[in-house]
Design a protein around this ligand. Sequence first.
Ligand SMILES: Nc1ncnc2c1ncn2[C@@H]1O[C@H](COP(=O)(O)OP(=O)(O)O)[C@@H](O)[C@H]1O
Ligand SMILES: [Mg+2]
Length: 255
Amino acid sequence: MLELRNVVVRFGGLVAVNDVSLDVQAGEIHALIGPNGAGKSTIINVVMGLYRPTEGDCIFQSEPVSGQPTHLIARRGLARTFQNTELFTDFTAVENVMVGLDHEYGYGIASRLLGLPSWRRKEDAARHEALELLKKLRIEKFAEQKAGTLPFGLRRRLEIARALATRPKLLLLDEPAAGLRHHEIIELNGILEDLRDQHGLAILLVDHVMKVVMAISNRVTVLNFGRHVATGTVNEIKSNPDVIAAYLGGASGHA
Ligand SMILES: Nc1ncnc2c1ncn2[C@@H]1O[C@H](COP(=O)(O)OP(=O)(O)O)[C@@H](O)[C@H]1O
Ligand SMILES: [Mg+2]
């Protein structure tokens, strides 16, 4: 579904991603792990068109995405969340998701201001779809609460609901479990598994939290200092000596 081929990303003299190849297959949760600064977020930014790779290619469903504008990439079926949540804090939860649906319903600000019936119908349809997405993230009972008043763990889930509003085929999550408590992590695991198993979504999951990565990932890719260390199943990764040396046994403390 997604393929990175020998991707290099340089920022001035710094090589953030150094000749990385990886692929995400349909219907899989593919984890991308590695210590801070390993290049994980940079890879998400390359896939979403924020950074252009210095070298190499990024292919989504047989067509290159490298260098395309983010909104076109989104329309092709890719969506992401950020390492730090970016919600409209004064909007309610359901409105935050409706903003993500904007494109689908072709909201015209003029028809909204004039209160035209066509706008009403569209708004009702958008609200209905947004509520369905909140349900998938198990936060529908917070629909009318302002995003800024939600506890941290629920804001993170709301961000995923909003990302789903563009109806992606592949979802890229940047550290969705960071800062979550144990029971929130268990719940998130169940939600991500449902998105994969019941809604057919592929997920590229960047995370440090081993309780998530090891519990739900079909495959894991390990990076260290921008370089690819290994790709394999959870069991293969756990017993890979290069991984143990570079990451699990290293000084990062996240394992
Ligand atoms: N826009 C940027 N400009 C300069 N350096 C950057 C930029 N983005 C990331 N980097 C650097 O690239 C390296 C990889 O960063 P990042 O992809 O954020 O790592 P990770 O997400 O694995 O913690 C780091 O050394 C970081 O400082
Ligand atoms: Mg990061």
